[in-house]
Write a protein that binds this ligand. Sequence first.
Ligand code: SDX
Length: 431
Amino acid sequence: MVEPTAAQLSVDGTVLDLEVERSVEGNDGIAIPRLLADTGHVTIDPGFMNTAACESSITYIDGEAGTLRYRGYPIAQLASQSTFLEVAHLLIHGELPSRAELEALAERVARHMQVHDGIKNFLRAFPRDAQPMAILSGAISALQTFYPDSVGRNVEEVERASVLLLAKTATVIAYLQRRSQGGDYIEPHKSGTDYVEEFLRLTFAPQDGAVEVDPKICRAMDLLLILHADHEQNCSTSTVRIVGSSQATMYASVAAGVSALSGPLHGGANEAALHMFDEIKASGDTVDTFVAKVKDKSEGARLMGFGHRVYKSYDPRGAEVKKVADEVLRELGGNVELFDMAQRLEEIALSDEYFIERKLYPNVDFYTGLLYKAMGFPPSMFTPLFALGRMPGWIAHWREALTDPRTKIGRPRQIYTGAQERAYVPMDARG
Ligand code: SDX
């Protein structure tokens, strides 16, 4: 909803009447379509701290209140009552599925969990100890070569690509884990399976594929995937949207999102946080000593799993993880000592002026690594698990941008600060 001339901007004597785009909830936006033409100026906003790239109806976050809703449903309700596949349907299609719709999605995904031999050979081409996120991005982009009937932008092909990405990403990640542990692939069952349970079977079953998946691990995994499923315009989702804006395929766009997610400031933070706990323990430092190092900044130490661009209060996802962490860690024989240390770290940080004035709180990555490790995943697999959870969000945003009539190819401007015009100097004339 746009309100004409609800804002004004005066630049070098030129007064611009600007329109304000009203949100349903949260920040309104000042539209500046004539700024460059009328004033010769662009805006500059590194990291897009104050800049909306689009309208979206998928996820709402209130960073001050610690609110997170997928399509209007509070994350705490989805965490306690929903399943990952149901949340995937909700994010992608905008509504909770009927029982028949959910069963149909589950069957369709189960039918497509197998991957082509070419993808298996692709995964085998890399060292077993390779960084899995570097492989995952390539595997996801390469998937499209085996399913050319799913790279179009029509409804049928977009729906087919959505299902294939949900189904096959789980299998690829399971295979990456198996290879990293010296194992080889086992084939997915083609029907009648629960998505998360089948992912865990593909990941942890012995080579004969026979394993009883612990229902507690299955529930914990389903919860963690729900908590990671979307988060509005985060770095990786914005990457998916801008790559998709060039009309690149959904596979290529999501593969770019995987690369963005791999950074330790983003999805790599869950692995970095566990590494931080291990380092503190190995160093013999007290938690207080480590916090002092973080505040001192001298060694560039950061409290990984803390802080957030949007949340200036407790990340509601972190709160949901912490709620189950104690129980899951004890049931799975996880490292309760590290969990206790993490809680001590949180307690100190939340009472320290340095963190309070910067509004730094635990985010979704602070405790998740402890749970993933207790479930049997090596740290290198933590960020691929984040990618598995985020897949429905990436798909939903790619599809939303595809159908948004205002979507244009993403092409930001710049403030040029380089050399002004100068003549070429032939080699012999150079000093
Ligand atoms: C995710 O955007 C999303 O939605 C992301 C995500 C999603 O679901 O997609 O929620 C997932 O990426 C969560 C964040 C995971 N990353 C980490 O846990 C890494 C540690 N945190 C940070 O590096 C940092 O907090 C960010 C990257 C998350 C946010 O960075 P900002 O918003 O750019 O803030 P900043 O770096 O400018 O920091 C502001 C101040 C600085 O101090 P001063 O210069 O004012 O003195 O806070 C300090 C920073 O040094 N600070 C930290 C800190 N985070 C910020 N100091 C110590 N430890 C930290 N973790």
